[in-house]
Design a protein around this ligand. Structure first.
Ligand code: SAM
Length: 192
């Protein structure tokens, strides 16, 4: 299983705030690009992939959305935002994942709590950072968890929290989060 955590400081946390302009929904356009890069390859979906999304925008932050590859997941490249909207509409203000549709769950959980839980589960959690160890030189676990920041990177307090996490880099340029996902998938595909 390959896992990704995408943190968005601004992504909205209520379904009715997702309208036609996804940029105005706390850069939900970027979230959609990340989802597409995590799950889609030409003509099919990747299997054995899990994506955690943390939305820290108004009005009900934090929300933890989990998408896990599943043949019955009702996802289409054309309507990724529709799926997120549906999940947010059905979310409750409590911890404990609530399945909204096959492979799609949501709960109230903070970024810090999620990372601590993944660590407690013994996962090899890695932070994507241009100053990290080159992914080509890294000895990756079979089930890595990759943490990626939003268009502004991580806020100060999150950076402080992430200080002790091992960092890996995919190259010398600062890339879009969705590009980082594509490169990571490719690097891991080539290693196995
Ligand atoms: C658009 S970038 C963030 C840019 C932001 N201005 C900053 O400097 O952090 C989004 C995320 O992609 C990841 N990222 C971007 N380029 C990377 C690289 N070359 N290697 C590893 N991670 C990278 C980081 O996790 C970053 O938070």
């Amino acid at each position: 299983m390959r896992e990704f955590v995408y943190y968005s400081r601004s992504a909205v946390t209520a379904g009715n705030m997702i309208k036609d302009n996804l940029m105005q929904a706390g850069r939900m356009d970027i979230v959609c690009n990340v989802i597409i890069s995590v799950f889609f390859i030409s003509n099919k979906m990747r299997d054995d992939v899990k994506l955690h999304l943390i939305f820290d925008g108004p009005p009900h932050a934090p929300r933890h959305l989990v998408l896990e590859s599943n043949e019955e997941m009702p996802i289409s490249k054309k309507n990724v935002a529709g799926l997120i909207k549906r999940m947010l509409y059905k979310s409750k203000d409590e911890e404990g994942l609530r399945e909204i549709c096959p492979g799609c769950s949501i709960e109230r959980k903070s970024f810090e709590k999620l990372i601590k839980d993944l660590d407690k589960d013994g996962k090899d959690v890695l932070l994507l950072d241009g100053k990290g160890v080159d992914v080509r030189e890294a000895d990756l676990d079979k089930h890595p968890v990759f943490i990626i920041g939003d268009h502004e990177g991580f806020p100060k307090e999150k950076k402080k929290f992430l200080k002790k996490i091992d960092k890996i880099s995919v190259g010398p340029k600062v890339l879009f989060a969705s590009q980082v996902v594509t490169i990571l998938h490719n690097e891991v595909d080539r290693k196995i």
